[in-house]
Design a protein around this ligand. Structure first.
Ligand SMILES: CC(C)(COP(=O)(O)OP(=O)(O)OC[C@H]1O[C@@H](n2cnc3c(N)ncnc32)[C@H](O)[C@@H]1OP(=O)(O)O)[C@@H](O)C(=O)NCCC(=O)NCCS
Length: 163
């Protein structure tokens, strides 16, 4: 489907199989996620069921092929935790940036104040990507609001959205 246009679509629970497949490829490559065990379609379905009512998962598609996705889990105080996963062959093409621009606009409209990203210190590419999308070192208050115990070996970056 190489000739199809890039499209962005909000996920539903019905997208669980494709999302789990992409996520499992990232997990198996030990490539930028703290997850070490593959997720089942049922687990992904439960995650989407719990996340989507208040949060958001945005898919990047070409035709029916899932190239990547960005998720936001919303917490009290209108803070969200963001995760971004691109298929290996779709990285470095600015698609993560486009996902972030769309996510930020939607979250701003929903009065979300800041998005927090937790990135492994070893994941230099991930850190560079979030920084190039406008994320900055998170203030201790933002981290404390979302993480009862900040993890060792993680970098926290935040993107604050003006009203
Ligand atoms: C991190 C990730 C989401 C970036 O998505 P992407 O669509 O490839 O990113 P973009 O193309 O928008 O690039 C954004 C920036 O990342 C950096 N970058 C992208 N590809 C890179 C590469 N191959 N090597 C080094 N830096 C790279 C560049 O600084 C780029 O900025 P620029 O556009 O100003 O040059 C993607 O690489 C990925 O899915 N990695 C595995 C999962 C992960 O680590 N997620 C982050 C933690 S949730």
């Amino acid at each position: 489907m190489g000739g199809s246009a890039l499209a962005f679509l909000e996920a539903t629970v019905e997208d669980a199989p494709q999302i789990a497949e992409l996520l499992n490829a990232v997990i198996l490559a030990r490539d930028g996620t703290a997850l070490t065990m593959p997720v089942s379609v049922e687990e992904e379905r439960r995650y989407l069921d719990a996340t989507l009512p208040r949060g958001w998962v945005l898919l990047a598609l070409r035709g029916t092929d899932l190239l990547g996705f960005q998720s936001v889990q919303l917490f009290s105080g209108m803070l969200g935790e963001v995760g971004t996963y691109m298929a290996a062959q779709s990285r470095g093409q600015g698609i993560g940036r486009q996902l972030t621009e769309r996510t930020a606009e939607t979250m701003r409209n929903r009065q979300v104040s800041c998005l927090l990203a937790e990135i492994a210190d070893a994941n230099a590419r991930g850190r560079r990507a979030y920084q190039s999308w406008g994320f900055r070192p998170a203030r201790p208050g933002t981290v404390a609001a979302l993480k009862s115990q900040p993890s060792e070996g993680k970098t926290y970056l935040e993107l604050c959205l003006k009203g």
